[in-house]
Design a protein around this ligand. Structure first.
Ligand code: RUQ
Ligand code: CUA
Length: 661
């Protein structure tokens, strides 16, 4: 008997039900109902733009990514510490110096935190700073071009995690050592047994100054301390301006199995550095001059090229000899986040293993310092009494607190890794007022402007470590993800999940109006001072100097000039210097040549970029534009003839009528 439609449908439903029960059923708690009308809150209709730029660290991708809020759409991945074949970053001759370090050329790092420039404690929309955790560096990215324009290496440091948190007027960005190690500056001997940790390993906090107009960075001075691991930091603001606070773990000074050995003590520390005092000491010549070699790489806007300079020296201050410089505050259980509220009155420590959140009062810290209210010292640095500096504790907030942000309305929001939630609490009363689950294991969280003196509020974003069942599976590795919450009312409301690239750690968000109007649309051709620029097609040429061949090439819709080149030989070093002659927004040209072992170039209007090519085979090598730039983009192509080494084929080149006959 044939089953009727109804029976067939019921059977199909039963089958689907069985499948769901076995393989596709989400674990309990994975589905959270969203209210009707939620979609409209994140929907940015075609032709409309997002309200905020969300600048998100890329973690082990080494890059920084830019998303829109509330849509969660990704706009750009900015190459910073990792080479990026898509843009030629780290592959073009112009960008290579940006990735030089004292250890050599590095094409990767671990990018954890971003800091947006501030004036009077508020976002000013000029720069993004980003840290490299592995080989200690800080990068500065321009909001005008969304490009990295400076990278400075941090000497006397290892594991630059507590970085690049910024002071109220962008006077400094900070860099703290996460992996204490024996300093390896000139004259010291870092070849010591690891077991001599206590005697020989040190940590250094660096204050890197930022020039007010150019943004140019300089390692202004460093504070050396015992081998505790510095984790995160925040500058004071308002009344606490002039101070830098930073969390420290491993006060046990363990050097093996830290998981256990660095979790012995009840309390570790939050350090409080009086950097104004440090400036006085430096001025008075109280520092030791440490001889180092560290690189400082900068981008020149006129030549469209980077250069790398070796710095040789840095001033180091010793807080055991210089009074009133540095204090420790006891903080429960391996603190991670160390965050100051918008008024600068409170410092929140997030002990990863603590079941409470201590909130310190800056006024009480000042009183305790004045009264020398110490409970002892650590490595010669005074430790203030916990009870004397405490504003209070948030009791039973959750497990595994990591980071805290603020909404400017008296509330704090703390991420909890272990209990997978964001908890909202009142800074004055220390009462928990709301909590919302995250999916899953949230690391950093962010409120737009939440680290500034004037938070923009409205949203919170959680950056999760685990996504499990939230997205379509993509093999063993699932996408990293963020979650957007509406925090405009009393209760947090989950609005949206969106995937991210790399592993997001800290992020900031800034109103689009502060950034969008600054955006550079083209580079003016007349300002191009690149030594190999060709400013018009008639300047295009090929010049041989020994076995080096310079191709001065131009790109404009829709041809490359010259597009026929002869006289290149196996063993030559060929440099294609391609100038994009366009002066229109959003018309890059790309350039690639067969057999090149590096990458493509992606050349912005008015810019010159150089690809090095060492042809290895005799024959004809086609080259072409890689970016679909016009209806005749496919025709934007040409040929290079490669002859045997020692051949006498002369250099000839041209396009159209001038092509070699
Ligand atoms: S750290 S959560 Cu660099 Cu908290 Cu990542
Ligand atoms: Cu130029 Cu495609």
């Amino acid at each position: 008997m044939k089953p009727n439609i109804r029976q067939a449908a019921a059977g199909a439903l039963a089958l689907t039900g069985a499948l769901l029960a076995t393989s596709c059923k989400p674990p309990k708690g994975a589905i959270q109902k969203v209210e009707s009308g939620t979609a409209e809150k994140v929907y940015v209709p075609p032709g409309k733009k997002d309200e905020f730029y969300n600048i998100v660290s890329g973690g082990f991708s080494g890059q920084v990514a830019v998303y829109g809020l509330p849509s969660g759409r990704m706009f750009r991945e900015i190459p910073v510490f990792s080479a990026d074949p898509e843009t030629g970053w780290g592959y073009s001759e112009e960008t290579k110096p940006m990735l030089e370090t004292s250890h050599g050329f590095q094409t990767w790092d671990d990018q954890h935190h971003v800091a947006l420039s501030q004036t009077k404690g508020e976002h000013d929309g000029r720069w993004i700073f980003a840290n490299a955790n592995n080989t200690p560096r800080i990068a500065r990215i321009s909001f005008d071009t969304f490009r990295t324009e400076e990278i400075i290496e941090i000497p006397n440091s290892a594991g630059n995690h507590s970085s690049p948190f910024i002071t109220e007027n962008s006077e400094y960005v900070v860099a703290g050592t996460r992996f204490a190690y024996p300093l390896d500056d000139e004259g010291s001997n870092p070849d010591v047994p690891i077991s001599s940790f206590k005697e020989n390993f040190r940590s250094v906090l660096s204050m890197v100054s930022v020039a007010p107009d150019s943004g140019r960075m300089k390692v202004a001075f460093q504070i050396v301390m015992p081998g505790i691991d510095m984790d995160l930091a925040r500058a004071g603001k308002g009344k606490s301006h002039g101070w830098m606070f930073f969390s420290c773990y491993n006060s046990e000074l363990a050097h093996t199995l830290l998981e256990v050995n660095a979790s012995q003590k009840d309390k570790d520390f939050i350090g409080a550095l009086n950097w104004k005092k440090a400036e006085e000491y430096v001025k008075a010549g109280k520092g030791r001059k440490s001889r180092n070699k560290y690189l400082h790489n900068t981008w020149d806007h006129h030549t469209h090229s980077a250069s790398s300079k070796v710095e040789e020296e840095v001033v180091v201050l010793d807080p055991t000899e210089l009074p009133d410089l540095l204090y420790f505050m006891p903080c429960p259980k391996s603190p991670h986040g160390c965050d100051t509220d918008p008024t600068g009155s409170y410092i929140v420590g997030s002990g990863k293993l603590a079941a409470l959140i201590p909130v310190f009062s800056f006024d009480k810290v000042q009183k305790a310092i004045a009264a020398k209210d110490y409970e002892g010292e650590f490595g010669g640095i005074p430790v203030l009494k916990y009870d004397s500096v405490l504003h209070g504790e948030v009791k039973k907030p959750g497990l595994g607190p990591l980071h805290t942000e603020f909404d400017g309305k008296g509330n704090a929001y703390t991420s909890f890794f272990v209990t997978s939630e964001i908890v909202k609490w009142n800074i004055e009363s220390l009462q928990v007022v709301d909590r919302s689950p995250t999916f899953y294991s949230v690391g950093h969280m962010m409120v737009p402007g939440g680290c500034t003196a004037k938070p923009h509020g409205k949203y919170a974003v959680g950056y999760n470590k685990i996504t499990k069942d939230r997205y379509l599976p993509t093999g063993p590795e699932l996408t990293q993800s963020a979650q957007l919450y509406d925090i405009s009312g009393d209760k947090m409301k989950l609005l949206l999940d969106f995937p991210t690239v790399g592993e997001p750690h800290y992020a900031e968000a800034i109103p689009a109006d502060l950034v969008a109007p600054r955006s550079v649309k083209i580079f003016k051709l007349e300002d191009n001072k690149h030594p190999y620029a060709s400013k018009s097609e008639k300047d295009a040429k090929v010049v041989r100097e020994g076995n080096i061949v310079h191709v001065y090439m131009t790109a404009i819709r829709s041809h490359l000039a010259p597009d026929n080149i002869e006289g290149i030989k196996v063993g030559d070093e060929v440099y294609f210097h391609v100038t994009n002659l366009e002066q229109d927004w959003d018309v890059p040209h790309g350039f690639a040549v067969k057999g090149a072992t590096n990458a493509e170039l992606l050349i912005m209007p008015g810019e010159t970029c150089t690809l090095k090519w060492t042809p290895s085979r005799v024959g004809i090598a086609p080259f072409y534009c890689t970016d679909f730039c016009s209806a005749l983009h496919q025709e934007m192509q040409g040929y290079a003839r490669v002859s045997p080494a020692g051949s006498d084929v002369p250099v000839r080149f041209g396009i159209g009528d001038t092509a070699p006959k």
